[in-house]
Design a protein around this ligand. Structure first.
Ligand code: PEP
Ligand code: MG
Length: 757
C-alpha cells in the first residue's frame, strides 16, 4: 500500500472534529494511533502526554505495543529518543533504534524488534503537550515526508490532547479515590532518578517517618501473649541488637561506633518496655500495647524541635517491629531487612548504615537525595532511587520490586522476562568491572604513565581499593564519621580511623580532605544559623576556619596518622590564597604543638587546595605557587561555575562537564600547576567520564582519583589513546566557544552519543 500523507492528515482532522462535537476523546487517541500506524505502514504508533510538573511523558495510547504499558511507561524529559524530541522541541528520526545511545529499553513492552523510530513533539507554541511516535521493524523506513505529515497531525492534536489530559487526570483521580484496589496492570514502571547505582530486588517495606501511625496492629486471630512471653521477646531483641552492634563495629569501624546505642537505651527504658509490660499486666493484648507505646514515642519524637531527637523515630519503629516479630516467634534469630526494599520519605546517613547492617536490598526515597546519602549508598553498594512522593505513596507494602538504580527505574511486580533481562545486564556489568582485569600500571597507548587513585568514603572502601590496584587514596572524604555520630569524634577516634587508611594502603600515598560539611548536609548535633543559601554559606573550609578547635583536632589526627607515610592534606572549597594560607598556618601551629608534646607525626605532609570555585580558578597561579598540590573537585567546580545545583534534577540538563567554561577552567588549573612544577589531580566524577578522558589527558592530567570500581574502564580507555591524539582533541575542544560545537565534536570523534541519531 502506498502512503498518502495528505489523505491521512485530512482523515485525522475529520476524526478530531467528530470528537470535538461530543465523541469519546480517549477513544479518539486510540483511533488516531490506529489510523496513523495503518497509513504509515508503521508497526507501532503511540501517543505520550507530557506532565509539566513532573517533567515526564506518559504513554497514553498505543497501537502495536503491549496494552499493559499504557499509563505505566513513563519517560523523563530528555530521556530516550521520545524524551529528547520533546525536550529539544524537534522531530527525531532514527534508522536503527537499537544502535542509538538515546534509545530507552523497557523490558516487557515488546518494542525491541522495532528499529525505525520517528518521534515528533506535540506542541502549542513552545508549550510541550506530548509526543507522537511511530516505529517499524524495517530499518530506515521513515522519510522526510513522513516527518512532515506527523508534524501536521501533531499540530492538530495539540488542543484536543490538552483536553484529554485534563479529562484523563480527572478520571484517574476519581478512580483512585473510589477504588483503592483497582486491578493491577501487568507491568508498572516508576521513573525516578538514580542516586546510587545497582540492581535491587525485593519486597516493598515502607518506613514512613515523621508522623505517628499504628504500624503494629495486633492480629485478632491469635491468643493473647503473656508478660513472660513479652519479657522473653525483649531478651531476644536485646541479643539481636548487641550482635548487630558488634558486627557493624567490625565491618564499619569508622562510622558505626554505638550506632545502635539509641535502640539499646530505648529498650532498657522503663517508659518504653516497662510501660508496655504494665499495659500487658492491666490486660491489654501485648501487640496492641507495643503499638500504643511505639506510637506515643513516635509522636513525641517527631514533634521535637531537636533534630537529634527527631532522628530517633525510625529507631523506635524498628525496635517495635523487632519486638513484635520476636513475640510472634516469626524469626529464628535475627530479624532483618534481607529481601526487602525500603520505601522512605527521607533517610539519614545513620539510618542507611543501620539498614545496611540489617541487609536491606535497596532504597526508594521520595524527598531529594543529599550528595552525602548518595555517596554513602555508593560506598555500601546499595542501590538508591529517588522518586516523586505520589509515586512512592503508590507502592504497596509487600509488593515485589525490581529497581534498576543505574537508570532510576523501579518495576512493580515485574514478570520473568524483566528479571531475565536484568540477569543478563548484571552479567555484562560484572564482566566490565572485573578487578582481575586491572594491571598494576596504567599506560597510554604510547607508553605514558597515568596513575589511578581511589576515592574513599568509608573504611570499607579500602578493600576494593586494594583489589582494583589503586595507586593510593586521591580523596578521603572525612565527613562521614562526623555525620553519623551524635557528637564530634575525638582526636583519638579520628586518629584510629585515619591510621587505618594509611596502614591498609601499605605505603601508597593517602590524601586526606578536611571536613566538608554544610551545603546539603549539616551536623544534627551542631546548631547553626538557618541559612537561606546553604551551598553559599558556612560550608567546608569556612566551617573549619570558623571552628578552630574542631579543625585543629582533625589536623592533629591527620598529621599523627600520617607518621612514616606519604600522607597529604587538602582543603575543600578554597576561594582565595588567603583561605589557603589561613588553613596552612593552623597546620603549622598543630605541627609545633605535636613537636612540643613529642608526638610523632608526618612533618613532610604535603598541603593542597581543592579547586572547586570560580574564584580559585582566577587565582590558580598564586594558589599553585603557594600550595604543594592542586586537586580538581569537578563536581563542585561545575556546580559553582555554571550556577547549577548538583542535586537539583530540574536543572540537571544544564550541569555540563563539557561546557567551554569548564574545559578552559580545568586547563588553566593544570597549566598553573605545571608552571610552578606542582602536582595536580582530578577527583570529581569527571575523572572517570569516558567522553572527557582524552581531553583531560590532552591538557596534561596524569592523576585520576575515581570510584575505584571504574578502574577497569578507565585503564582500558587510557590504554587505547596516544598522547598525540589526546593533545589534538584537547586543543580543538579548547578552541570551541559553544556547547553545541563541543557536543558535535564529541559525536564526530565517537566520544559521545549522537544527538538524535
Ligand atoms: C568534588 O566536588 O568534585 C569533590 C570531589 O568533592 P565532593 O563530591 O565530596 O563535594
Ligand atoms: Mg566538592
Amino acid at each position: 500500500m502506498r502512503k498518502r500523507n495528505v489523505d491521512l492528515v485530512c482523515d485525522i482532522a475529520e476524526l478530531i472534529s467528530l470528537t470535538e462535537s461530543g465523541g469519546d476523546r480517549k477513544e479518539l487517541l486510540k483511533n488516531v494511533v490506529t489510523a496513523v500506524a495503518k497509513h504509515m505502514q508503521a508497526d507501532v504508533c503511540s501517543i505520550y502526554i507530557y506532565d509539566e510538573e513532573g517533567r515526564e511523558l506518559t504513554l497514553r495510547a498505543t497501537q502495536g505495543l503491549s496494552d499493559a504499558a499504557v499509563g505505566s511507561v513513563k519517560l523523563k524529559l530528555g530521556e530516550g529518543i521520545t524524551g529528547r524530541a520533546v525536550r529539544e522541541l524537534r522531530p527525531i528520526c532514527v534508522g536503527t533504534a537499537s544502535k542509538n545511545p538515546s534509545y530507552k529499553f523497557f523490558p516487557g513492552i515488546h518494542e525491541e524488534e522495532y528499529e525505525a523510530f520517528l518521534a515528533v513533539p506535540i506542541l502549542r507554541g513552545l508549550r510541550r503537550i506530548g509526543a507522537l511516535v511511530v516505529q517499524a521493524k524495517e530499518m530506515n523506513c521513515f522519510t522526510a515526508n513522513d516527518t512532515k505529515a506527523l508534524r501536521a497531525i501533531a499540530a492538530q492534536l495539540a488542543t484536543m490532547i490538552e483536553n484529554v489530559q485534563l479529562l484523563t487526570e480527572a478520571r484517574e483521580q476519581a478512580a483512585r479515590a473510589a477504588v483503592a484496589t483497582a486491578p493491577k496492570a501487568k507491568i508498572h514502571i516508576l521513573r525516578g532518578r538514580s542516586a546510587s547505582p545497582g540492581i535491587g530486588r525485593g519486597r516493598a517495606f515502607t518506613l514512613s517517618s515523621g508522623q505517628s501511625e499504628s504500624c503494629l496492629l495486633p492480629d485478632p486471630g491469635r491468643p493473647p501473649h503473656s508478660l513472660e512471653e513479652f519479657k522473653a521477646a525483649i531478651e531476644v531483641t536485646a541479643r539481636q541488637i548487641d550482635a548487630l552492634q558488634r558486627q557493624t563495629s567490625e565491618t564499619l569501624a569508622d562510622v558505626a561506633v554505638l550506632i545502635f546505642s539509641a535502640h539499646q537505651l530505648i529498650l532498657e527504658d522503663d517508659q518504653f518496655t516497662g510501660r508496655i509490660g504494665r499495659l500487658i499486666e492491666q490486660g491489654e493484648p501485648a501487640l496492641k500495647a507495643i503499638a500504643k507505646v511505639v506510637d506515643d514515642y513516635v509522636e513525641i519524637f517527631s514533634a521535637s524541635k531537636m533534630p537529634l531527637i527527631r532522628e530517633k523515630v525510625l529507631d523506635v519503629k524498628d525496635l517495635g517491629n523487632r519486638l513484635v516479630r520476636n513475640l510472634l516467634g516469626e524469626e529464628s534469630g535475627a530479624f532483618d531487612y534481607r529481601g526487602q526494599i525500603i520505601i522512605a520519605h527521607e533517610l539519614l546517613p545513620s539510618d542507611i548504615l543501620k539498614l545496611s547492617a540489617e541487609n536491606v536490598e535497596g532504597f526508594i526515597v521520595s524527598s531529594g537525595v543529599t550528595s552525602h546519602n548518595a555517596i554513602i549508598c555508593r560506598s555500601l553498594g546499595i542501590p538508591m532511587v529517588a522518586v516523586a512522593r505520589d509515586l512512592a505513596d503508590g507502592i504497596v507494602d509487600g509488593e515485589e520490586l525490581l529497581m534498576d538504580a543505574e537508570q532510576g527505574v523501579v518495576y512493580l511486580d515485574p514478570d520473568e522476562e524483566v528479571y531475565a533481562k536484568y540477569r543478563e545486564l548484571e552479567a555484562t556489568w560484572e564482566a566490565l568491572h572485573n578487578a582481575s582485569d586491572v594491571k598494576e600500571k596504567t599506560l597510554t597507548r604510547c607508553g605514558e604513565r597515568v596513575r589511578i587513585y581511589a576515592n574513599i568514603n568509608l573504611l570499607s572502601d579500602l578493600q576494593p581499593a586494594r583489589q582494583f590496584k589503586a595507586e593510593g587514596v586521591g580523596l578521603y572524604r572525612s565527613e562521614f564519621p562526623f555525620i553519623v555520630r551524635n557528637d564530634f569524634p575525638t582526636e583519638e577516634e579520628q586518629f584510629f580511623i585515619y591510621r587505618k587508611l594509611v596502614d591498609q594502603m601499605e605505603g601508597r600515598p593517602v590524601t586526606f580532605r578536611t571536613l566538608d560539611i554544610g551545603g546539603d548536609k549539616m551536623l544534627s548535633y551542631f546548631s547553626n544559623v538557618n541559612e537561606a543559601n546553604p551551598f553559599l554559606g558556612m560550608r567546608a573550609i569556612r566551617f573549619s576556619l570558623r571552628n578552630r578547635d574542631i579543625f585543629s583536632q582533625q589536623l592533629r589526627a591527620f598529621l599523627r596518622a600520617g607518621a612514616d607515610s606519604h600522607s597529604r592534606i587538602m582543603f575543600p572549597l578554597i576561594s582565595s590564597v588567603d583561605d589557603f594560607i589561613a588553613a596552612r598556618d593552623i597546620v603549622y601551629e598543630c605541627m609545633d604543638e605535636l613537636d612540643r608534646d613529642g608526638i610523632p607525626f608526618n612533618r613532610k605532609t604535603k598541603l593542597g587546595v581543592m579547586m572547586e570555585l570560580p574564584s580559585a580558578v582566577e587565582v590558580a597561579d598564586e594558589l599553585a605557587f603557594e600550595a604543594d598540590f592542586l586537586s580538581i573537585g569537578s563536581n563542585d567546580l561545575i556546580q559553582y561555575m555554571l550556577a547549577v545545583d548538583r542535586t537539583n534534577e530540574a536543572v540537571s540538563n544544564l550541569y555540563l562537564a563539557h561546557h567551554p567554561a569548564i574545559l578552559r577552567a580545568i586547563h588553566r588549573i593544570v597549566a598553573a600547576a605545571e608552571t610552578h612544577g606542582k602536582d595536580v589531580s582530578i577527583c570529581g566524577d569527571l575523572s572517570a567520564d569516558a567522553r572527557m578522558l582524552p581531553f583531560l589527558l590532552g591538557i596534561g592530567l596524569r592523576n585520576f582519583s575515581i570510584d575505584i570500581v571504574n578502574a577497569p574502564t578507565v585503564q582500558r580507555l587510557v590504554g587505547a589513546i596516544t598522547l598525540e591524539d589526546a593533545r589534538s582533541i584537547a586543543e580543538q575542544m579548547l578552541d570551541m566557544g559553544r556547547i553545541s560545537e563541543i557536543e558535535a565534536f564529541l559525536v564526530e570523534r565517537n566520544l559521545a552519543p549522537a544527538a538524535g541519531e
